[in-house]
Design a protein around this ligand. Sequence first.
Ligand SMILES: [Zn+2]
Length: 394
Amino acid sequence: MPSKKAQILEHIWNYPGDYRKGIASVMGFNPNMVSDTVRELVSEGWVAEGQPETGRTGRAPIPLYFDREKHLVLSVSYEQRGIKFALVNAAGEIIRQTDSSGAPDDPEDLVEAILQAKDSLTEGISGRLIGIGVSDPGMVECDSGQIVRSSLFPDWHNVPLGRLLEERTFLTVIVETSSRTRAFGQYRMMPKLMQTGASMLYLDYGEGIGFALVTSDGIWRGLGFAGEIGHVVIERDGPLCGCGARGCLEVLSNTLALETKAAELLAQGINSIIQCRSNPPAEEIFQAALDGDRMARGLVDEIASHLGLAVAFLVAAFHPKYFVVGAESAATITCLCRRATAAVHDRTLPEIASSIEILEGREFQSLALSGAAMMVFQKIITTEETVNVCEKAE
Ligand SMILES: [Zn+2]
C-alpha cells in the first residue's frame, strides 16, 4: 500500500487542478495532513500551484498540478526508421527530442547510444532526470526489464537491457513492448477513461499487431506476455512470419501484408486511385479505401476479416468499457475502427456490443515515447520509497 504522500501525489497526477480541500474530502484524509503533505510535495518540486480562480468572493482555493518541469524521464523508442530519444514530462509532453538513424550492433552499443542521448538531451535543463523508459516492438519481460525477443534486432535474445541501464545510471528503468507503451500513453491522455478507472482494450496496428488491456491498475500483463496475439497461427500453410511460424495473424493482416497484396494487384493493372503503384504505402491504401476505391476496400476487408475475429473474441472475453484503435495514420485508424465496430456488432452478443464504446485512438508518432515515460512516472509515484529516494539523491 503506497504511503498517503504517494497517494496524494498520484491523485494530483490523475486529477490536475484539484484543490487541497477537494483532495481531503475525496480521499477521506484529514485536511491539515493534506495541507502539510502538499507543502512538502511543492517544496520537493513534485507539485506546482496554479493561479486561484479570480472573481470569487472569499479566499479562492489554489489548483494543484503535477510539476511539469522539475522531474523528467528519458524515453527511448526503437522503431523501423531508427531510434527516437526524448525528454518527457509527467503529462507525456515531449520537451526535447533527438533521433538516431543507425542501428546498434549489439546491446552494449544500444546502452552507449542511450547514455549519449541522455547527456546531450539533459544538458542545460533545470529539471532532474528520474528515470528511463524504453519501448521495444518485440517481446519484453517487463518485470525483469529483459528483451526476450527483439523484432528490430533479430539476433538479440534475452537481453537484460533494464539491468544494464540501471547499473550505469542508478535510475528507475522500465522496458516495455511498444503495444503496451502506446496503450498506456493513450489511456493517460483520455481523462474520461483514466479518471473513471474504466477498462480499455487497445489494438496496436502496424507492422506488428498487439493488444493491451489497461485498467485503473495499469497494464494487464498476465504471466508476462499477455496481448501477444499477433503470432497466433490462423492459417497453417500461410506465409512465413518473422517469428518462424507460418500464417500468424500478424503476417496475414499487418501493414506489410496489405502493401504486398496491393502491389501485386496494381502490377496486374487493376484499376485504382492509388498513385504509388509500385510500392503503395499502407496509409495510402487505407485512405483510398475510405475514398471508396474498390480494390483498396477489398484488400482492407480481407485483412480486417482475421483482425475482426480476433477483436470480437477479445472484446467478448474481457468486455471492456472502451475499445480503442491505434495506428500510424488517421486513415488507418478510421478504417479499422469502422471494421472493428462492425465485427463487434456482427459477432458478439448484443448485451456486449451495445455496452462497449469503440473509439479512434491517436496516431502513433510519439505515443510510445510518451507512454514509456508515463509508465516510469507511475512506477515512481506509486512507490513511496522511490519518491523519497529521488529527493535524497539530490
Ligand atoms: Zn508470427
